[in-house]
Design a protein around this ligand. Structure first.
Ligand code: ADP
Length: 479
């Protein structure tokens, strides 16, 4: 199998060495995987200039020509799925099978938007005035920039880059410091399939602040897209205001997972496991607050407990592993702090609640807590770890009120069978996305995004393309 490990910045179709380097390590073993170019602001500016220069040529191509190149990129990602998955698992820690599934998921955005852009129509207005004709057209916004997180090293990039390129935009990406190799590998594939120089540029760096400043304040950048924490998102949005960029922000969540008394409990347990333990709980749409109606609590816990015991925790390279290490020591410390604090305040730990030292210092046990109250830190902060923290409620109204009592509004989940309840609760929950009897809700065809402090804009679906387009109105006179 070929190696796709690239370690330099990718600008204007070239691998640009930068003298200063930073180490990328394997979280399961601590092994150093690569020393990667540590780009500074000047390198980021070069990348923006490359994207700016490449824009006219890329924009001039027909939608079909761009779609064909994107389809080739998609094919190449799938053809190299195993190599990309092994690279991702090594730098990020997720099981290889899960990494391979992310490659498929990430590539699916490329496929989706290649097709979507070919069907992106404008409007021809009916006659409104005898001497004029009006058309409304769609046009790519221009140079785009993105900053992405480490939890999905491939998909968080493709779901921004694919719609941008499909719409006729060029792009600069700053990948996360912890997982830049997956980003650089797909840039190599983009170059190989013939995506023109300068259309996609990648600037790895440990100096997120300086690179972020260039990408959010450079006048040539017309659109900025970010996935990461709400705190950083707010700063970046302020920076974007200086040049009034079009923006998308996909930020933190505090997803409720509500189990009502009419739920199919077996299904609820199954879907919670899918939702909670993907990527060891390190996703922004992980169920964070498990809200169970009092009358079904015992039944729910009875079924959940053995299911949790069956989870296999090991390095991502092991066979049939459910989840691997957390990303770094900071992540483990946070989970420990939240669990210990909850227990100190009276929560009961029915399972786990500790680091699995025999595996290594970043492996945290599948953990089950009951007796959580909504004021505990664990109910207010994103856990980002393999912990099921259960609160209870009495009535439907109380369940919904508790679910909405957060500044966040990314994903929400609930399990119920009564269709009237499903309709009522769907309307009442303040979330951008709902999983109803469903714990897996990420697909290229879905509109992914949040409300409240979880962000602005949507990724995937036809709405994901519109984020990279301007609507232009043409009025033709003289009739
Ligand atoms: P998390 O690491 O929890 O996913 P962050 O918001 O810290 O969330 O990081 C997401 C991305 O934002 C990463 O690529 C990181 O390097 C970048 N980042 C962090 N702080 C800043 C900042 N001040 N300016 C620009 N980018 C930042």
């Amino acid at each position: 199998m070929r190696s796709l490990t690239k370690t330099n910045a990718f600008i204007d179709g070239h691998w640009v060495p930068v003298e200063e380097r930073f180490e990328v390590t394997n979280p399961a073993t601590g092994e150093v995987l690569a020393e990667v170019a540590n780009s500074d602001a000047a390198v980021a500016e070069r990348a923006v200039e490359a994207a700016h220069n490449a824009l006219p040529g890329w924009r001039k191509k027909t939608a079909r020509e761009r779609a064909e190149l994107l389809k080739r990129w998609f094919d190449s990602m799938l053809a190299n799925k195993q190599a990309l998955a092994e690279l991702m698992s090594a730098e990020q820690g997720k099981p290889i099978a899960e990494a391979a599934a992310e490659i498929e998921y990430g590539a699916s955005f490329v496929d989706w938007f290649a097709a979507e852009a070919e069907r992106s129509y404008g409007d021809v207005l009916p006659l409104q005035s005898p001497d004029k004709r009006v058309w409304i057209t769609k046009q790519g916004v221009g140079v785009c920039a993105a900053i992405t997180p480490w939890n999905f090293p491939n998909a968080m990039i493709t779901r921004k880059v694919a719609p941008a390129l499909a719409a006729g935009c060029t792009m600069v990406v700053k990948p996360p410091q912890l997982t830049p190799l997956s980003a650089l590998a797909i840039a190599q594939l983009a170059s190989e399939v013939g995506i023109p120089d300068g259309v996609l540029n990648i600037v790895p760096s440990t100096d997120a602040k300086s690179i972020g400043k260039v990408l959010t304040e450079h006048p040539s950048v017309r659109k900025f897209s970010f996935t990461g924490s709400t705190e950083v998102g707010k700063t970046l949005m302020q920076q974007c205001a200086s040049t009034m960029k079009k923006v998308s922000f996909e930020l933190g969540g505090n997803a409720p997972f509500i189990v009502f008394d009419d739920a199919n409990i077996e299904l609820a347990v199954e879907q919670l496991l899918i939702c909670k333990f993907r990527n060891a709980g390190q996703t922004c749409i992980s169920a964070n607050r498990i809200l169970v109606q009092e009358s079904v609590l015992d039944k729910f816990v009875e079924q959940l407990k053995p299911a949790l015991s069956n989870l296999k925790v090991a390095a991502g390279t092991a066979e049939e592993v459910d989840y691997g290490p957390l990303i770094d020591q900071g992540a483990v410390d946070k989970v420990k702090r939240l669990v210990d604090d909850a227990v100190e305040q009276g929560a009961e730990c029915l399972q786990g609640g500790k680091v699995l030292d025999e595996l290594g210092k970043l492996f945290y046990a599948p953990t089950l807590l009951t007796g959580i109250s909504s004021t505990m830190d664990i109910a207010q902060e994103e856990i980002f770890g393999p912990v099921v923290a259960i609160q209870t409620f009495d009535t439907e109204e109380e369940g919904v009120r508790k679910a909405n009592a957060t500044p966040y509004g990314l994903a929400g989940y609930f399990c119920a069978e009564d269709y009237r309840r499903i309709e009522r609760v769907s309307n009442a929950l303040e979330c951008g996305m709902l999983g109803i009897n469903a714990g897996a809700i990420s697909h290229a065809y879905n509109a992914f995004g949040g409300v409240k402090e979880s962000g602005i804009g949507r990724e995937g679906s036809r709405y994901g393309l519109a984020e990279y387009q301007e609507t232009k109105n043409l009025t033709l006179g003289g009739f």
